[in-house]
Ligand binder design. Structure first.
Ligand SMILES: NC(=O)c1ccc[n+]([C@@H]2O[C@H](COP(=O)([O-])OP(=O)(O)OC[C@H]3O[C@@H](n4cnc5c(N)ncnc54)[C@H](OP(=O)(O)O)[C@@H]3O)[C@@H](O)[C@H]2O)c1
Length: 345
């Protein structure tokens, strides 16, 4: 009988961050076809915020109804395979791997058990666990939005929300395709966004991108703060608008259907699918150093409530890391700064 325990962020039902409790719980044992993984790093991301609260309601059809399927939250990880169940062939003990699943995998914990065919891959050389954990969620969505487009080298794209997890990943994926990127961000982050490959930057504190004189083949609003009608005049004939949000009254969904035919300007609202394909694509870029995630800060598992509050504030820069085995003291100063940022948001 297994008496091993672990720390995990546990919630009794869907609800706010305040009900999350870090508890000592029994550690799962890998069944046939499963891996036991020691979680060295994971993120708290916007997908986790939806999975925690169960809103929009539709997420519950994927994450569990009426109660969450996983008592602990978390949708991504980077860690070490410490044990394999019978008949596992894809990975072996000691492999360092990373992965993501939008339905949640309970990775805000020190250990997780996953089927070996879950979306994941080996961590390439030169990446820390924290960096690898941050290569999943935002990159998966960015890849799914971008791979529905017929992108040609040298075409103009305007990217709003470049400092988010999706935006910072999208910027690098678009850059790799040879597009000319005009990136919108705050004054404080101009250097970071330029370093990720932006060709031109619009500082939103000084200028509203909707008044820009440029014309674009694609507009990608990675934080979903604009609408098609606010941006339509910025699109070239036949240009495409994509947003990461449904928009007012879910308009991006029906506009994508209404504009699908004909030669006019279009809206696309792709549904993200095939996570393994996204991870494989990002992995190929990680290996050539064409992709490196933007990291805001690292926090301890004990500070999970603060991490959720900060992520839900919409102010994070790229990715917020949780290191379930790190000492709490190491991140103390950052946690205090983060609390201040959340209070001012
Ligand atoms: N469609 C899907 O399948 C899907 C999946 C996951 C997430 N989402 C949605 O996609 C959106 C982005 O997710 P994410 O994880 O990338 O978000 P995130 O990391 O939380 O994005 C936060 C960043 O966005 C920037 N930002 C906020 N308002 C802005 C504005 N008006 N103009 C420019 N930048 C702004 C913030 O910078 P400042 O502090 O400088 O403003 C911050 O750096 C979220 O709304 C999320 O709910 C959609």
């Amino acid at each position: 009988m297994n008496h091993a325990t672990m720390k995990a962020a546990i919630r009794p039902h869907y609800g706010p961050a305040e009900m999350l409790e870090v508890k000592e719980v029994p550690r799962a044992e890998p069944k046939a076809g499963e891996l036991l993984i020691r979680v060295e790093a994971c993120t708290v991301n916007r997908t986790d915020c939806g999975n925690l609260t169960g809103f929009p309601f539709v997420v519950r059809f994927f994450t569990g109804f009426p109660r969450p399927r996983h008592p602990s939250t978390g949708s991504d990880f980077a860690g070490i395979v410490v044990k394999t169940g019978a008949s596992v062939s894809r990975f072996k003990e000691g492999d360092t791997i990373w992965g993501f699943h939008d339905h949640g995998i309970g990775s805000h914990a020190q250990f997780i058990c996953l089927p070996e065919n879950a979306p994941m891959a080996r961590i390439p050389d030169g990446f820390t666990f924290a960096e690898a954990a941050a290569c999943g969620e935002g990159a998966h969505y960015a890849f799914n939005f971008i791979n529905k487009l017929d992108l040609k080298e040298g075409e103009n794209v305007l990217l709003n929300g470049t400092t988010g997890a999706i935006g910072s990943a999208g910027l690098q994926l678009l850059k790799h395709k040879g597009l000319l990127i005009t990136a919108v961000c705050d004054t404080d982050n101009v250097d970071k966004i330029r370093a990720l490959g932006a060709d031109r930057i619009i500082d939103y504190r000084k200028e509203d991108f909707r008044n820009d004189k440029g014309r674009y083949r694609f507009i990608f609003d990675a934080v979903g703060k604009s609408t098609f009608f606010q941006c339509k005049h910025l699109l070239e004939p036949g240009g495409v608008y994509i947003s990461s949000e449904l928009g007012p009254y879910g308009q991006n969904l029906y506009l994508s259907l209404l504009t699908a035919f004909g030669k006019g300007k279009k809206v696309k609202f792709p549904l993200p699918v095939n996570i393994q394909r996204s991870l494989d694509h990002v992995l190929s870029l990680m290996k050539t150093k064409a992709f490196r995630p933007l990291i805001d800060r690292s926090m301890h598992l004990e500070d999970i409530q603060d991490a959720y509050r900060y992520v839900a504030s919409g102010k994070k820069i790229g990715n917020v890391i949780i290191e379930p085995f790190a000492g709490r003291d190491s991140g103390h100063e950052q946690v205090e700064n983060m609390k201040e940022a959340t209070a001012n948001a």
